[in-house]
Design a protein around this ligand. Sequence first.
Ligand code: UDX
Length: 460
Amino acid sequence: MEERKGRRIIMFPLPFTGHFNPMIELAGIFHHRGFSITIIHTSFNLPDLSRHPHFTFQTITHIKEGEEDPLSQSETSSGKDLVVLIGLLKQCYAEPFRQSLAAEVGVGGETVCCLVSDALWGRSTEVVAQEIGVHRLVLRTGAAVSFCVYTAFPLLMDKGYLPIQDSRLDELVTELPPLKVKDLPVTVMKEPEDLYRLLNDMLEGARLSSGVIWNTFEDLERVSLLDCNSKLQVPFFPIGPFHKYSDDLPPKTKNKDDDEITDWLNKQEPQSVVYASFGSLAAIDEKEFIEIALGLKNSKRPFLWVVRQCMVRGTEWLESLPYGFLENIGQTGKIVKWVNQLEVLAHPAVGAFWTHCGWNSTLESICEGVPMICTPCFSDQHLNARYIADVWRVGMVLERSKMERKEIEKVITSVMMEKGDGLRERCLKLKERANFSLSKDGSSSKYLDKLVSHVLSFDS
Ligand code: UDX
């Protein structure tokens, strides 16, 4: 680790797991390069701060005494809900963020080099940074390709693809092959104005920034990165995959459940386990839950399935499982509320990842060479799935509308049996390319050096 240089970076993550995780990983990367880190975090969805002892946290709160919490009723189980919630978060935390940043910059001692804020916080964080006199970098936690698609929204509207019409779902978007209309990140939106506003603000905020940091690597998304760069015209730093720098970073604390899961995985044959998880936000209904349960059981393969509390609408946890299900599966299947996903995907027993295709899960699977079964639920997940299946060719799509026990069994069998179509080989090759990007001569390492010089140039 490099010596601390008396320089500090302030970070402002969006308070959701899929955004917080990459921001904290980026914090670790900067910390390893000698910077101190302060994280301004909302009181909404405050994580367990004891897990990150190397960083200073400043919690900002949005609740005024005697007033009702405007965020208390918010649901986040679909893209539409999420757009509304992010809009509310931006409103509620604008002023607390401004005050916190001003106080941090005014503290004295270490020089504050810059602010790194999640792209979705938008333009207002740039306005505040300018007012206070700090440079602002943007972290984009999703794929470059999703950002490209967002920049193409005006064109897609012009050409009549947006708003989406049900009759055109299977049509190819000829301007953005191989995406189909149903892959566009708006499918749950019948009235997409809120989404358009949110995305415009994100794009404008990125254009005004001092640079964009991407959790992706050049070899994976070269064309999309160039496209984004030509549209944004600011320095860009694809330094991902962030989580793979973790060998250098402080170890994460483990809990008893993690050990139990590892013990169970240790007892399974190599590449025999189907790991199923739909990320941190997506919800499913009871009918889907039962089909997944029976599909997994009927596939006759060991499975590790993450069912978050309240993930099945209208239930607490597992109460709608078919009668006797848990007794029937015995030790061949394991259902848990959460896992250490990085460890699970890296375990040799895991043979496939049935995923919702959130960007973090996608990258994490690519990095371990694990083939994916893709069941996207909302927003960018659909286009991530298309790229996984048709561009990188490291997975198969099982559409949510076809998530029925027989289909599930069929797709699990195809991915696990690997009928000589080279799926597993392609996964391993892509894993190697991800690893190479982080090696001394790899693109991500070089971009990281550039990023550090860029940040240091701000206070010279
Ligand atoms: C959200 C959006 O839904 C997605 O479209 C966007 O790309 C990112 O933000 P999320 O559901 O959080 O996605 O999924 P993902 O991006 O995959 O992030 C989930 C994170 O939680 C991953 O880093 C994963 O490792 C972690 N995780 C998930 C666990 O550690 N344990 C689990 O049991 C499940």
